[in-house]
Ligand binder design. Structure first.
Ligand SMILES: [Mg+2]
Length: 260
């Protein structure tokens, strides 16, 4: 009998580019699902909520359910839920999808930022000195500092814009210390959550398919998940030549994933 496999797909640059499906992606995912393999989609982007990804994927022709889409906000909220005590509270910097995810897990927000037990840094396009100072004062009072995702920038139509990495850099610049946990890819917290709670499979039964070496491929390699790089996104052949995070498999596109 064939052993079932688990496939973890990155979204941007892997399944679609902006609003365009990568050729053959939906057929390839359908083939995997029809033969009984498990599929989950994983994104670091913290300024959209999981429902929006489900709607987008469905609109583009891939049928998915909410439980099959995991993002860095969701993982962050889950982490807080597991570590926070009754009297703890969170000061969060981010946009509404982050706050929605915290609310879903009944995470208590701090009335006064300086008294927060935990600070969460997410991508915030309204980031300000006041917010930075609030986070810094909480840190001075002993708060644990977390961030949703490490991405320095996010690709957009005409280039790229600063992502959560910029918020992390601002606070680290003030504290002189690295944040305690970055929940999104490539963290082991993310890979362990997906293997244990979503796919319910062993690492070596699973494949991580993505376009970014320092997140998708690194997470897979560190977790013992088979790593598959697709050449439809950010990574060029030249980048691959000097890379320290090397994929086990390289595919021109996700359309060939069922042939692995
Ligand atoms: Mg990507």
């Amino acid at each position: 009998m064939r052993v079932l496999k688990g496939f973890i797909f990155d979204l941007d640059g892997t399944i679609y580019l902006d609003d365009h499906m990568i050729d053959g992606a939906s057929e390839a995912i359908k083939t995997l699902k029809e033969r009984g393999d498990k599929v989950v989609f994983l994104t670091n982007k913290s300024i959209a909520n999981r429902k929006e990804y489900v709607e987008k994927l469905n609109r583009l022709g891939i049928e998915v359910e909410l439980s099959e889409v995991i993002n860095s906000n969701y993982i962050t909220a889950h982490y807080l839920k597991t570590v926070m005590n009754q009297d703890d509270s969170v000061y969060a910097i981010g946009e509404s999808p982050l706050f929605e995810e915290l609310a879903n897990e009944n995470i208590k927000l701090a009335d006064n930022p300086a008294s927060a037990s935990h600070v969460v840094l997410g991508w915030d396009r309204q980031f300000s000195y006041d917010k930075l100072n609030n986070a810094f004062q909480a840190w001075r009072n002993g708060a644990e500092i977390l961030a949703t995702n490490p991405d320095r920038t996010c690709p957009v139509q005409d280039g790229e814009i600063p992502d959560c990495g910029a918020m992390i850099g601002a606070l680290e610049g003030a504290t002189g210390q690295p944040v305690k946990l970055i929940a999104g890819k490539p963290s082991s917290f993310m890979s362990e959550y997906v293997l244990k709670n979503v796919l319910k499979m062993k690492a070596d039964q699973c494949y991580m398919v993505g376009d970014r070496l320092e997140t998708d491929i690194r997470m897979a390699n560190e977790a013992g998940i088979h790593s598959v790089l697709v050449m439809t996104g950010i990574t060029t052949s030249a980048m691959l030549e000097t890379a320290t995070d090397r994929p086990e498999f390289i595919l021109e596109s996700v359309k060939d994933i069922a042939t692995l």
